[in-house]
Ligand binder design. Structure first.
Ligand code: SAH
Ligand code: DHB
Ligand code: MG
Length: 230
């Protein structure tokens, strides 16, 4: 009986999500190409979902973004959503560690028609961030790379932003179950989880930020941390 109710609720949630996606966040060929290219090159399938992509666009529009910075490009899926929110004279820089990923990103951006307004910088994000000071301030910053470094990325996001900029970090909800488990067992918390927990704490307490966690993935177990710079 309980199983049946869970199944019904899951089906209902999936139908609601499919309806919202179809109405407000349909994928075109460019976005689908990026997903397919990721698959073909054996990259992990860890992209944001279409509703999250549309939400990124909404945030970009809300702060009238002309300069966007993304940390962690993978195959360009989230980058396409973001770049498409830019005006004609806008620009997006995306940072990617893996040169193989970066190649796929460039192909995806070309397919999606956003090659001209985007730039892929290859290497560890921490190496590129200092050189971006003279290219800022960025109106929107999307953090989605190695989770252990999120607190450092926040530090740089604050340096690279202006009053009214929006800073979004993916995967900031998933750290809580690990925390609760380890609290019971008094064990070690891995570096990724620690990075995410610290990021949430820093954004919550920062006097220069107004922040909120949104459990906005498929099953409410992960989602965005969203901060507006005051
Ligand atoms: N934003 C993407 C998903 C990113 S997955 C999307 O939603 O479509 C995380 C990416 O961050 C991977 O491609 C990984 O190679 C990259 N990454 C990991 N560590 C990094 C680092 N130190 N600097 C830059 N990119 C990094
Ligand atoms: C995973 C998901 C992500 O969105 C990400 O940025 C990194 C890893 C994952 O599910 O493993
Ligand atoms: Mg992510």
């Amino acid at each position: 009986m309980a199983d049946e109710i869970v199944e019904q609720q899951t089906a209902l949630r999936q139908r609601i999500e499919a309806t919202i996606t179809g109405m407000f966040a349909p994928e075109d060929e460019g976005l689908r190409y990026s997903l397919q290219a990721a698959k073909e090159h054996g990259l992990p399938e860890i992209q944001i979902n279409p509703i999250q992509g549309k939400l990124l666009q909404l945030f970009a529009k809300a702060c009238q973004a002309r300069r966007i910075l993304e940390i962690g490009s993978l195959a360009g899926y989230s980058g396409i959503w973001l770049a498409r929110a830019l005006p004609a004279d806008g620009h997006m820089i995306t940072l990617e560690l893996d040169p193989k990923h970066a190649e796929v990103v460039r192909a995806s951006f070309a397919q999606a028609g956003v090659a001209e307004r985007t730039e892929v910088l290859v290497g560890p994000a921490m190496q590129h961030l200092p050189e971006l000071v003279e290219r800022g301030p960025f109106d929107l910053i999307f953090i989605d790379a190695d989770k252990a470094s999120y607190p450092h990325y926040l530090e740089w996001a604050l340096k690279l932003s202006r009053s009214g900029s929006i800073i979004i970090a993916d995967n900031c909800v998933r750290c809580f179950p690990a925390l609760w488990k380890e609290e019971d067992r008094q064990g070690e918390i891995d570096a990724d989880t620690q990075g995410l927990l610290k990021y949430n704490q820093l954004t919550k307490d920062h006097p220069g930020l107004t922040s909120l966690l949104l459990a906005n993935d498929e099953d409410y177990t992960d989602g965005f941390n969203v901060s507006v710079v005051r």
